[in-house]
Write a protein that binds this ligand. Structure first.
Ligand code: ARG
Ligand code: ZN
Ligand code: CA
Length: 233
């Protein structure tokens, strides 16, 4: 009953040449977030998977509220939130802040779960994986995955063995992440893994769904009293 939840987004581009991330690249990332969280990518669902009917419209939209470009010569920001100290989030109570920078170490992106310190709230993305770029992670789905975390989703395999949960009932148990572009079925813990879920570690072209259970878990934090309820007033 919350309807489509709109998330206003501030994007901080931090590079030696902050114009190296173009406006069209930013727009392509916004388009991907809007498509993935409304399940407009159903054309990518292959036939023959038992999960084909489980892809759901999570009911989120994203609007670009501002872009902030910072020329900064630092070449590797790591994952210790240094970038957030240098360029603090703007009104994180009401806006999703996304930092785009060189993280280094082969890291695609990282996110803060709901309920954390507001001074570090948001999502950090490597510029090579931001919006439409090239290669296996060139469709902007690192942002989809990280915003999933920001909305309280765990990795689909529960980051553990078969009995470790992602706290979502309609995602199958697994004991590991999957990479690349797995064939169906890829079986662990006695059932097919949902390798095409945004919260696995597969290539961008091979991940394209959230489930109803994930939708409900994400939206719960926006209900009255929820950890991100301030975002919708
Ligand atoms: N490894 C990163 C994380 O856990 C992001 C994975 C993104 N995957 C992708 N196909 N873009 O948070
Ligand atoms: Zn992750
Ligand atoms: Ca599950």
């Amino acid at each position: 009953n919350l309807g489509i939840i709109n998330i206003p987004v501030y994007i901080h581009i931090v590079y030696p040449d902050a114009n190296s991330i173009s406006t069209s690249q930013i727009n392509s990332q916004m388009a991907t977030l809007n498509a993935d969280f409304r399940d407009i990518n159903t054309n990518l669902l292959p036939s023959g998977t038992t999960f084909a009917n489980d892809a759901t419209d999570a009911g989120f939209s994203f609007s670009l509220a501002g872009t902030f470009r910072h020329n900064d010569s630092r070449s590797s920001w790591g994952t210790n939130d240094a970038i957030k100290s240098a360029y603090p989030p703007i009104t994180p109570e009401t806006h999703l802040n996304i930092w785009v920078c060189e993280i280094g170490g082969g890291i695609l992106g990282y996110a803060q779960f709901p309920g954390g310190n507001s001074s570090t709230d948001g999502v950090v993305l490597g510029g090579n994986y931001f919006g439409n770029t090239s290669g296996a992670y060139g469709l902007g789905r690192t942002a989809t995955h990280e915003v999933g975390h920001y909305f309280n989703l765990r990795h689909i395999w529960g980051d553990g063995r078969c009995n470790r949960d992602d706290f979502v009932a309609d995602t199958p148990k697994s004991d590991r992440s999957n990479g690349g572009c797995p064939t169906f079925p890829t079986t662990h813990c006695k059932s097919a893994d949902m390798t095409m879920n945004y919260m696995d570690y597969t290539y961008d072209s091979c991940m394209y769904m959230f489930t109803d259970g994930q939708r409900n878990r994400m939206r719960a934090i926006f209900a009255p009293g929820g950890a991100r309820s301030s975002m919708i007033g």
